[in-house]
Design a binder for this molecule. Sequence first.
Ligand SMILES: NC(=O)c1ccc[n+]([C@@H]2O[C@H](COP(=O)([O-])OP(=O)(O)OC[C@H]3O[C@@H](n4cnc5c(N)ncnc54)[C@H](O)[C@@H]3O)[C@@H](O)[C@H]2O)c1
Length: 262
Amino acid sequence: MTDTVTKTALITGAARGIGLATAKRFLAEGWQVGLLDIDSAELAKAATAIAQPERTLVLSCDVAFPEQLEAAFAAISRRFGRLDALVNNAGVAVFKPLLETTHDEWQRVLAVNLSGPFLATQLAAPLMADTGGGAVVNIASISGLRASTLRVAYGTSKAALIHLTKQQAMELAALGIRANAVAPGPVETAMARAVHSQEIRADYRDAIPLGRYGLEEELAEAIFFLCSDKASYITGQVIAVDGGFDAAGIGLATLRGERRNM
Ligand SMILES: NC(=O)c1ccc[n+]([C@@H]2O[C@H](COP(=O)([O-])OP(=O)(O)OC[C@H]3O[C@@H](n4cnc5c(N)ncnc54)[C@H](O)[C@@H]3O)[C@@H](O)[C@H]2O)c1
């Protein structure tokens, strides 16, 4: 018997990068997709390029504002009548020394990276529960798994998002909703290509066992898997999609050199 239900995913921060690649992954599997982003112009460009208006809904929204999120979820509900997956991917980074990070920067990073997923999941859960459940995937970071310089706000927000994922998994299981996190290492996004110097790229290649950046599509694959029925017994987990970066810890340059020569 074939399943005639068309599933729906909502992806935040979908105008570009990992979010856009994830939206394309869901569309390729026949899902309907809500693409949400604060950057309306970039979002419109992405939707035009995808060119599947019958299966996409574009939502201009800042995830830090509850009333904007409420309007976005109401629009999803009106248009598709169901929600099966929420990918909390929208995120901002302020990379500054602890002593120079302003209160405003701290609050904005926490509002977007932590409060956004908290609020969006609160709105998603009743919709998902209406059709028997669903899946939430929060996009954290390697910076939430271990500390590093210049990441006092970003890293703290992502570490808190990992714990929020576990809290969500505990309480939403009763509604048939799974919650997991994906922690990317450095990903070959347009932004990374623009801001990472040759020296930084070489350092990453040296420190990452697989010796390269991740691809947006590799992140989208893990995110889609966690939202799919193939992950039906996985909840409350963090999967680092990072080429082994987290497993390697800080390592020693000399020993890494020996590894390269093995
Ligand atoms: N690229 C990496 O190397 C990397 C590594 C670790 C974690 N991540 C995480 O992955 C996620 C996606 O990263 P990316 O590299 O694709 O970033 P990106 O900057 O290319 O895309 C992020 C998208 O989120 C949108 N956005 C930002 N603030 C928003 C808000 N308040 N409301 C709605 N949309 C908003 C942006 O407009 C943008 O389209 C982020 O959460 C990021 O922290 C990325």
